[in-house]
Design a protein around this ligand. Structure first.
Ligand code: BTN
Length: 260
């Protein structure tokens, strides 16, 4: 770990801005926040735009998808980015799969063989290492990334979780990790407008959901079937006894107990 770019192992604002990413031109780094997601949304309401990033060493009220709590002790990468992607309002849902592909590719660059579980969890060996939360706020999308980096799985509060420390057997340089993530995100978000098919091809190459019998819990109830493919917009196509069902949101679990 390069101590000059970090304080107590956590990145300094200047070291993230020095990465030169257009996604992190104005960076806030906090020792502790309730939630970087809430702080980023507050900044958007106060006029912040594309290129604003918020990080916290610890979150006391981290939020996951579907209203769940996200345990966020020191050592993790808890980061929210304010994005104004070049996508028409009807295509903003493309941010989620683009971010999943970007996150998985960044982890492979670090030597971690991450796979995407639809819609946007990153797993290693069937255990979750990273969660992604994309939320609209005014004209922007606030993209939250929760990556279990330099901590032990027991600290995540989730029996189904893993961490980069566990997978690599060492801690990672968080500034380098952020640089890899921002670089990949910039590329994938750029492709999401005109070349979204290519993003989805990469999604499929990194996927661990398709071809499996799954149960999907969604707001309208539960549906079971074989995860057959994605639509051209990234929805999941499930083959059920009643026919093909298109699923836009939900929580997927493997029907054999383990997820892969
Ligand atoms: C999920 O449920 O898988 C999404 C988890 C997203 C967690 C991140 S951590 C940074 C940002 N701040 C939050 O409160 N949540 C997101």
């Amino acid at each position: 770990m390069d101590e000059a770019r970090t304080r107590g192992g956590f990145p300094e604002r200047a070291s993230i801005e020095a990465l030169g990413s257009p996604l992190a031109r104005r960076v806030e780094v906090h020792g502790e926040l309730p939630s970087t997601q809430e702080r980023a949304r507050e900044l958007v309401r106060a006029g912040a735009g594309h290129g604003t990033a918020v990080l916290a060493r610890v979150q006391s009220g981290g939020r996951g998808r579907r209203g769940r709590r996200w345990v966020s002790p020191p050592g993790g990468l808890w980061m929210s980015l304010v994005l104004r992607p070049e996508l028409s309002p009807g295509k903003l849902h493309r941010v989620t799969p683009a971010a999943a592909v970007a996150g998985a590719k960044a982890l492979w660059e670090l030597g971690v063989e991450a796979r995407i579980k639809w819609p946007n969890d990153l797993l290693v060996g069937g255990r979750k290492v990273c969660g992604i939360l994309a939320e609209g706020e005014g004209p922007c999308v606030v993209l939250g990334l929760g990556l279990n980096a330099n901590l032990d799985p027991e600290e995540t509060g989730s029996p189904g979780a893993t961490t980069l420390r566990r997978e690599l057997g060492r801690d990672v340089d968080l500034v380098r990790l952020i640089g890899l993530l921002l670089g990949r995100l910039e590329t994938e978000l750029g492709r999401a407008g005109e070349d979204f098919g290519a993003v989805l091809d990469d999604w499929r190459a990194l996927d661990c959901t398709l071809g499996r019998r799954v149960r999907v819990r969604r707001f309208g109830g539960v549906v079971e079937g074989v995860a057959a493919d994605l639509t051209s917009e990234g929805a999941l196509l499930l083959e059920t006894p009643a026919g093909i069902v298109e699923v836009f949101e939900g929580e997927v679990e493997g029907l054999r107990g383990d997820f892969l």
